[in-house]
Design a binder for this molecule. Structure first.
Ligand code: FE
Ligand code: FE
Ligand code: ZN
Length: 279
């Protein structure tokens, strides 16, 4: 069975997100660990987490993906920005251990005129500071579109970060279909070729989650504007080939499409489940 869900608001807590997932036909979900602009996270509610675990066991929710605020920048030049990134990631990873064995995704960072090499070393230094040997959470580097000075829009850059991290067994990759297409990888006409490249450079064993989004822009545009499935340049058929590919179909898939409400996601999930079933 396809493991698929979407980005949900975390404001009602874990149990509320799990119930909303089931309501919309999902069996996983993604959420922001705190307000995407940063700020403090709500205190951990242990009763909510206990009820959440029971509910997930009963409803077949086996993995969830926490997304770090997108304002973190592990490749920043300003030491205050680096400090904020470090304390936020540390706190997020501590809180993640209340729901052990899940995934924590972050945008590697933007080197802001310092150059890609410097960005890579700053990001790996950050990971070396925040990862701990006993954590059960896998930290995912998201593949980026290459907008501005973003690091991580090529498989080589992601590999270079992983190579410099001591506890690299705690690291994986979340591939975003909009971002890789914008980054210039031809997932529309040569998905097999892209996966071969990924395997040769990073290793498919590192690929732990997929963001499935269509793109408002053509391949290689480096823009990062998500579209609903079938309403962008990637197209519905190419997305269905992703979720049914024998090397990918076991992964959890997350929609981050510009739906106006969760009923929109419900329809998108139903369409993808039906297509995957028929494929
Ligand atoms: Fe993201
Ligand atoms: Fe994404
Ligand atoms: Zn994006």
């Amino acid at each position: 069975m396809l493991t698929i869900g979407c980005h949900l608001s975390a404001s009602g807590g874990y149990l509320a997100m799990a119930k909303e997932s089931v309501r919309i036909g999902a069996n996983t979900f993604q959420f922001f660990t705190r307000n995407p602009r940063g700020g403090t996270a709500k205190p951990v509610d242990e009763a909510d987490i206990t009820a959440f675990h029971t509910y997930c066991a009963e409803h077949g929710i086996s993995v969830i993906l926490a997304h770090a605020p997108y304002t973190l920048n592990a490749a920043a030049a300003d030491p205050r920005v680096l400090e904020f990134c470090e304390s936020t990631m540390r706190d997020d990873l501590r809180r993640m251990e209340y729901t052990p064995g899940n995934l924590y995704n972050f945008h590697p960072g933007s080197h802001v005129k310092q150059g890609t090499e410097k960005g890579i070393s700053l990001i790996s230094d950050m990971l070396n500071r925040v990862l701990t040997p006993n954590q059960t959470t896998t930290v995912l580097l998201e593949t980026m579109a290459g907008k501005g000075s973003e690091v991580g829009s090529t498989f080589e850059e992601l590999r270079a970060i992983i190579d410099r991290v001591e506890l690299s067994d705690k690291l994986g990759i979340c591939m975003d279909t909009c971002h890789v297409s914008d980054g210039g990888y031809d997932i529309i006409d040569d998905l097999d070729g892209v996966l071969e490249q990924f395997d040769a450079i990073i290793g498919l064993n590192r690929l732990r989650a997929m963001h499935i989004n269509d793109s408002m822009n053509p391949p290689g545009a480096h823009k990062d504007r998500h579209a609903c499935i079938g309403e962008g340049h990637i197209g519905r058929d190419a997305i269905i080939r992703v979720i049914t590919h024998p090397k990918l179909s076991h992964l959890p898939f997350y929609l981050e499409t510009p739906q106006k409400d969760n009923d929109g996601y419900a329809a998108e999930i139903a369409m993808l489940r039906a297509a995957a079933h028929g494929a």
